[in-house]
Design a protein around this ligand. Structure first.
Ligand SMILES: [Mg+2]
Length: 400
């Protein structure tokens, strides 16, 4: 399945919030940040200031040399996180939201039927009108390309006004879009790596993508192949982190209600495998297995069972889920949706009994399989809902 992922980035966020407080700042060169006499740096600068070469993270003294009329405003941090929360609340068009910083987030909208461009446009409109804030959105089939597309789109529109850009990279055009860009546009390529590549004549992402695997392995060890994948615009990472998660669940709605036990159980097995894999990837195990069943008339039941010790093994999750299913399914009753979840999460327990030795071995085997799937293309995972996104500390700067 082709994913639809948005990267949301508010334009000069701190400055935009300051303009809400003092509309007379609009269109003027100003910067939010620390005072010159305290060796302050620019946390955010207006697009009018950028015309003079002012950039965030620059010493305020330098910014003032570049733009002597620069208006300097000391930050009001409390305000920014309150406004940031209002923005993040508007991203609620999908359960898959990953906040990256005070003014940036990913939202996966694969399940929404509209074209990604119109989803982005509607969301941008909502933020523009409800909060009076400019925001740029990049859209692509993965996080890597959505983020780079957004950065690129913002640059294309750099003027005295906030870009409020929308940039869409259609499926299949990822590598072609990235090819002419400098290697530094890729995540994980800092100045050092860029210099190393530059010495070999590899300056663009396209050149990096064409570099033989062996060369990259020699230069970057086991990260070499990853780098090449990124250069080709390949990125399987899911939106959202599993940190702070209280339960992991997957569910499926059938195109046609199912009545065949074997068929339903085969779906249950697949869902259990997916849940197990996600748990292992997050280095978690859970003691409570839950199933969800929705009948043809949309009534929904959930049933759960708590195991003697936490598990993240596909087989145990499936066996428990299948048992719950058999106990609660009136034979032949049409099933519209089925889901499996594991909660009561903790790090996996290792015990030194003979039985647990096997248990451990199976866990190791599954981790190895997970790694292979990760590496060589895995089937698309249909994800369930996630709870309790972690609330991160606000950063000191708002980027671009
Ligand atoms: Mg920003």
């Amino acid at each position: 399945m082709v994913r639809k992922i948005l990267h949301i980035d508010l334009d000069a966020f701190f400055c935009a919030v300051e303009e809400l407080h003092d509309p007379s700042l609009k269109g003027k060169p100003f910067a939010v940040g620390g005072k010159v006499d305290q060796r302050g740096v620019v946390a955010s600068c207006s697009y009018a200031a950028r015309q003079f070469g002012v950039r965030s993270a620059m010493p305020m003294s330098r910014a003032l040399r570049l733009c002597p009329d620069l208006i300097v405003i000391s930050s009001r941090h409390g305000d920014y996180s309150a406004v940031s929360k209002q923005v993040m609340a508007l991203l609620d068009i999908s359960p898959f939201i990953e906040r990256i910083s005070i003014d940036e987030a990913f939202v996966e909208v694969t399940d929404l039927p509209d074209p990604v461009e119109s989803i982005a446009r509607t969301l941008q409109n909502k933020i523009n009108t409800a909060l009076n804030l400019p925001v740029s959105i990049g859209a692509a089939t993965n996080k890597l390309v959505a983020k780079i597309a957004n950065d690129w789109g913002k640059q294309q529109k750099s003027g005295a006004e906030p870009p409020n850009a929308i940039t869409v990279i259609p499926p299949g055009e990822e590598a072609a879009f990235l090819a002419p860009l400098p290697v530094q546009s890729l995540w994980g390529i800092g100045p050092k790596t860029a210099a190393k590549l530059g010495a070999l004549g590899i300056n663009t992402i396209g050149a990096l993508a064409q570099t033989p695997k062996e060369t990259l392995e020699m230069l970057f060890g086991r990260f070499g192949p990853d780098l090449r994948e990124r250069a080709l615009g390949i990125d399987d990472r899911p939106v959202g982190s599993e940190r702070g998660v209280k339960s992991v669940s997957n569910e499926i709605t059938f195109a046609q209600d199912l009545t065949d036990e074997k068929l339903i159980l085969s779906h249950l097995r697949r869902l259990s495998d997916q849940v197990g894999r996600r748990l292992r990837k997050a280095a978690l195990a859970g003691a409570t297995v839950q199933i969800k069943l929705r009948w043809a008339d949309f009534t929904t039941i959930t049933r759960q069972k708590t195991l003697p010790s936490p598990t993240n093994l596909d087989k145990e999750i499936f066996e428990t889920a299948a048992e719950l299913f058999r106990e609660n399914w009136p034979r032949g009753k049409p099933v519209r949706l089925i889901g499996v979840g594991v909660s009561n999460l903790s790090p996996p327990i290792r015990q030194l009994s003979l039985w647990d030795d096997d248990h451990q071995r199976e866990g190791n085997l599954l981790s190895a399989i997970d790694a292979l799937r990760e590496r060589y293309g895995r089937e698309i995972i249909q994800r369930g809902h996630r709870m309790n996104e972690d609330d991160r500390e606000d950063e000191l700067a708002d980027g671009e």
